[in-house]
Design a protein. Structure first.
Length: 199
């Protein structure tokens, strides 16, 4: 069994990768999160792109532990805000990870934007760093921003993101539905060939 470090403390991201691996029939990988390894200094997310941040996190994790490491950086790119909040998605309202404040700030910023100009996309860059090298992939999930939160699943901006192919918000989709369509699901699917080489 090969140990794979997921450079995150978000249990939902770990579970999502596990579901993607299981659905693809990839076995032989034991997933660990940052809570399962000794603490190490993590560089701040200062990259200008999702890809830069994901690669920096995976490189840090691999350098500190020697374990093959996968990391993602993801966020919401809103057309009417010129692609913002983008890499600042998790701290859009100031404090890192305050989902409700981020969501409410974004809704406020889009209050006067008409329905036909509320396009957006969730973006996820996933990086894998191991002794064999580095792989970086990107997945996007197009949709629009709703006028009010709907649903209690998912996390982050899910309650106000309505995928193009759906009338329900991302927070109203089942985990399996979300995995099949989401930005992270798409990025992880592109990462599968590199993950298979670890087994």
């Amino acid at each position: 069994m090969t140990r794979l470090l997921v450079a995150s403390r978000n249990a939902k991201k770990l579970a999502e990768l596990r579901r993607v691996l299981d659905a693809a029939g990839v076995s032989g990988l034991e997933l660990l999160s940052l809570t399962g390894v000794p603490d190490f200094p993590e560089a701040p997310e200062t990259g200008a792109t999702f890809e830069e941040n994901a690669l920096a996190k995976a490189r840090d994790a691999f350098a500190a532990t020697g374990l093959p490491s996968v990391a993602d950086d993801s966020g919401l790119a809103v057309d009417a805000l010129n692609g913002m909040p983008g890499v600042l998605s998790a701290r859009w309202a100031g404090a890192h990870g305050d989902d409700e404040a981020n969501l409410q700030l974004l809704l406020g910023q889009l209050r006067d934007v008409p329905d036909d100009r509320r396009g957006a996309a969730f973006v996820s860059a996933c990086a894998l760093v191991s002794a064999a090298g580095e792989t970086v992939v990107r997945g996007e999930w197009a949709g629009t921003i709703a006028r009010a939160p709907r649903g209690d699943g998912g996390f982050g901006y899910d309650p106000i993101f309505v995928p193009t192919e759906s009338s329900r918000s991302a927070a109203e989709l089942s985990p399996a539905e979300k995995d099949a369509a989401s930005h992270r699901g798409r990025a992880l699917a592109l990462l599968l060939p590199a993950l298979r080489t670890l087994v």
